[in-house]
Structure formats: C-alpha cells, structure tokens
Ligand binder design. Structure first.
Ligand code: ADP
Length: 471
C-alpha cells in the first residue's frame, strides 16, 4: 500500500511537540512492514534543512484567491529517516524559522495544503491513502472530494489523525475564497459556528478519523473545544490508536544524548550517573529524589498549577526533594516558574527553553516525571520516562489513563491522580516521597516499566488495518 502523510511537523526536520515524534516514526515502521510511506511537510528554515542534501522533484505555481504562488517540492536525498521526506517550499510563506505563531498562519497552511493537493494531483500513480495530521492538513480531504480540479483524487482513501483537538485552525469565511473552485452547495462541510473550521471539516470529510488514544476519543465527546456534538455524530468512524515510541531514538542503552547508557540490568547505576550530571549542572542534590517536568508551559499541561504546587511542596517538604523544569510557553507561567529559582536555590532549577538533548538526559536521570495535564491526547513524555526507568506521576486523562498503571494496581509502576488540582499534585508528591524511601520497590517498578512494550510495530499495523477498512 502507498501512503502519503501530510503534516506540519516531522522529527527531526521540525518539532514542536508529539506530532513531530509520531510523523517522524510511524512511516518508518509502515515501511518496515512492507508498505510505502512518505511524508510531505512545509519547508521551514531549520537545522535539518541546512544539514542535509535535497533534490528538487517538482516546481509549479497555483493561485490562492487573488494571490499567485510558485512552489517547489524538494526531497531529502539519502532517505535518512527511513522513508521519503518531501518539503514544500513557498517563498515568503513557509521558509521561516518557526513552525507556528505567525499572523498569517491561515494563509501559510492554506497555501501548503493547496500545493500538496496540486502536486499529488500531478502524480501518475496515485497513492492509496492520504493520511492527514491535525488541522494544518485538515482541508485536504475536503479539497480532494469537493474541488473540481481534483476529481481524480476523489477515490483515494483519506484518514485524519487528531493529535490535539484544542487547535482547530478557525478562519473567517472570507478565507474560504483561498480554496480552489469547489462545490459551494457543500459549504456546510467547512462551517462550524459561522467560521471555517479546518479540523471540523476534516472530521466530516475524512473516510476515517482517529485520535492518539482510545480514552481521548471518548473524552472528546464531552470536551472538544466546541466540537463535542460533531464527535458524537461522527462516532461510528472514529477510534483511538495509541502512539508507539521510536526505540531507535528513545533507547537508554544507545541514546547518544545521555551521559551513561544503561539497560534494565544496570538501571540503578546508569540512572545515578545521569542524575549526577543533572545535579552538577543545575545545582541540585544528588542524594534526594529528582522530580522533572518537560513540556509546553500551557494550561493544557496544567503548567499554570506548577508554580504554586511546587512552591508549597518545596516549602512543606523542605530539603526532601529536587525539581528541574524544562519548557517554554505562556510568558506568565515561564515567569512564575523562573521566579521560584532564587527562593529554592539548591533544590529547584528551571530551563525556559526547548532543548532536545537536555530532555533525554532528564528522562534518564530523573526519579519522577510530573504530568498533571488537563488534556493529554496520548502523551509521549510518560512513555519516554517509563523507557528510561523514571516513574510517571500523571493525571488520569486521555492517553495517560491508557498507558500508566498506578503502583496500587497489579504490576503497576506509576502514580496516578484524578484532578488537575493543587491538592492532587500535593498528595502525589507525598506518595512519591514515600515510594522513593522504599529502595526495593523503586527498583522493582523501574524494571517493570522498562519492560512495558510501547513500541511502534503494533500501532503501525493498526493504522494499516484502518486504511484497509476504508479502501
Ligand atoms: P505535546 O505534543 O502535547 O506537546 P507530547 O507528550 O505528545 O505533548 O510530546 C511532547 C514532546 O515534546 C516530547 O518528545 C517531549 O520530550 C518534547 N518536549 C516538549 N517540550 C520540550 C522542551 N522544552 N525541550 C525539549 N523537548 C520538549
């Protein structure tokens, strides 16, 4: 089967969050089980772009409303990722340093999607499946079915994976004029609440829809940033497939980003050396349990609760634990987390930045990973933490509910709580401090969680089954 994934992110070309990790891994695992999987994404000006060799495979132009754009499709020459990676270059629109966050993001992602659809429309052998990820590619199933110029694409199966339903790409109706001539009788497919909603449109138009965990799909029917009724209505074609993790990148025995490699046999020694490096670098206490948080500092991750929760706990259980934070996001949260540093020097440190290498070292050297998320479609951090023998402390939501078993359950290895509240975080920190004192139990659960199989092959096959069900 030939599959083309369309995404705004793909690791290592461009990563903001878990979307990149998934799109950077799933196609490789699909290749390994005998399919042809390709990725097409925007050409941003990232390090990966400049460090690699590219061939131009296609050059054309298209109009978007009254504007005209030249576009170029380039392909990474050496198949470094284990699949064909294509990037769309549209001068002035996509070739920027950041992935998101520009005033003209609506124009950028519309242009990207039109270029991709135009290009696929030129292929002699069409793909079997166009697999779009999140709202940035959400207009493609609509365009393939409703735009007169793309009639030959109508029969191709389209799949939407929702990595995060909070972001929907809302646009004013005037921007519908960007879409190449389409059957206006079907305007309702684009509309949600008097705006063009690319995510809602994709949910309606894709042949099948999945989220990245079964629990998140259930939760979306009650809480989907306005799309609850749509999820209820389209429920029959919706399912959840849990993400795998890429063991070629996230493997403590081969990871080149960490100080000391380890496996389940020497996890205690390996973690101790990585922890020492973290404690030396960030002025923390090696002999105390180390709690870390890694992620976007936004309300979805309940990062707004952390300053108060940590300040309370660091005062209450003074000298009993360390915290290291790595993240960036909302300035008020960044500031509040940063300002704890002087108050709790020696026990608390914060890195307000994005740092892939440091994140690996933190998964390897920490004892506990905090994830009090309000919303967590799948969550990869807890899976990485488990792989590196770090106990996840998670709120029971979305993928966290599906992947973390509390230590009070049989073969449990995590600490789970129900509410994104200061109280629940506090109780969990207390439970963690108790657990840490029980060295044997800590050793036992580290081994247990490192043995949990969260690899990609099973999930990659589930996607193939999904494609087959709609082909
Ligand atoms: P989301 O996609 O909602 O941000 P996920 O848990 O699915 O959350 O994926 C987050 C990914 O981004 C993980 O690979 C995590 O290690 C990484 N990450 C998040 N913030 C940072 C950061 N500041 N520095 C390094 N890696 C980060």
């Amino acid at each position: 089967m030939e599959i083309i994934h369309v995404s705004a992110e793909c690791y290592p070309m461009a990563k903001v969050g878990g979307l990149a990790d998934v799109v950077g891994a799933l196609p490789r695992y699909q290749q390994q089980i005998g399919h042809t999987a390709k990725v097409v994404m925007p050409m941003y000006r990232t390090k990966f772009l400049f460090d690699n060799d590219w061939d131009v495979v296609h050059k054309e132009n298209f109009s978007m409303g009254k504007m005209n754009f030249d576009y170029t499709i380039i392909k990474e020459r050496h198949n470094k990722l284990g699949f064909d990676l294509y990037c769309v270059d549209i001068n002035g629109l996509l070739d920027r340093e950041k992935v998101y966050g520009y005033d003209d993001d609506a124009e950028r992602f519309c242009a990207f999607q039109i270029a991709v659809t135009e290009w696929i429309n030129k292929w002699e052998h069409l793909p079997d499946v166009v697999h779009v990820h999140d709202y940035h590619a959400g207009l493609i199933p609509f365009m393939m079915k409703q735009c007169f110029a793309y009639g030959k694409l109508k029969k191709i199966a389209t799949i939407l994976t929702i990595h995060n339903a909070q972001y929907q790409g809302w646009m004013g109706w005037e921007k519908a004029a960007y879409i190449p001539v389409w059957d206006t009788w079907n305007w309702g497919l684009l509309d949600w609440d008097n705006t063009v909603n690319p995510l809602a449109c994709a949910i309606r138009c894709a042949d099948n829809v999945n989220t990245v965990s079964p629990s998140y799909m259930l939760e979306l029917m009650d809480n989907a940033n306005g799309l609850e009724n749509l999820f209820k209505k389209e429920n029959a074609k919706c399912s959840g497939i849990i993400n795998g993790i890429d063991y070629s990148v996230w493997n403590p025995s081969t990871d080149t980003y960490i100080l000391d490699n380890f496996s389940v046999e020497d996890v205690e020694d390996g973690k101790a050396l990585n922890k020492k490096k973290l404690c030396d670098d960030f002025d923390l206490q090696q002999n105390l349990p180390l709690f870390v948080f890694i992620g976007r500092l936004v309300g979805e991750k309940a990062a707004d609760l952390l300053p108060e929760a940590l300040s309370n706990a660091l005062s209450m259980y003074k000298g009993q634990f360390n915290v290291l934070i790595l993240g960036s996001g909302e300035p008020s949260i960044e500031h509040a987390l940063y300002s704890l540093q002087s108050k709790f020097a020696g026990y608390y440190n914060t890195q307000i930045t994005y740092n892939e290498k440091l994140s690996h070292l933190m998964y390897a050297g920490a004892d506990f990973l905090l994830m009090p998320s309000r919303v967590e479609p799948c969550g990869l951090n807890q899976l990485y933490a488990m792989r590196y023998g770090t106990v996840p402390i998670v709120r029971r939501t979305g993928g966290l509910r599906d992947t973390v078993k509390d230590i009070d359950e049989e073969n449990g290895y995590g600490l789970c709580f129900d509410y994104a509240s200061l109280y629940d975080i506090d109780i969990s920190i207390q439970r963690a401090l108790e657990l840490y004192k029980n060295t044997n139990k800590m050793m036992e659960i580290r081994k247990c969680m490192m043995d949990v199989d969260n690899s990609w092959p099973a999930s990659a096959q589930q996607y193939i089954n999904l494609y087959n069900s709609v082909k």
